[in-house]
Design a protein around this ligand. Sequence first.
Ligand SMILES: [Zn+2]
Length: 68
Amino acid sequence: MPLEKITVWGYRCQRCDHTWVPRDTSDTALEPAVCPKCKSPYWNRPRKTAKTGRKGSRVVTGPKRTGH
Ligand SMILES: [Zn+2]
């Protein structure tokens, strides 16, 4: 019997690139809460640069000179 490549359903962490196969493959609808390796709850979300989140809301920071 030739060697065959078997593809199984698995998860890939977007943070540490770790791949793992869930225990119960029939339960793939339920995604794991965290990555088993890096324990990141955002394993299924690609890293995004939070640059322009909201438009128009500018927070002015600086020394407050109120009163006196
Ligand atoms: Zn991970």
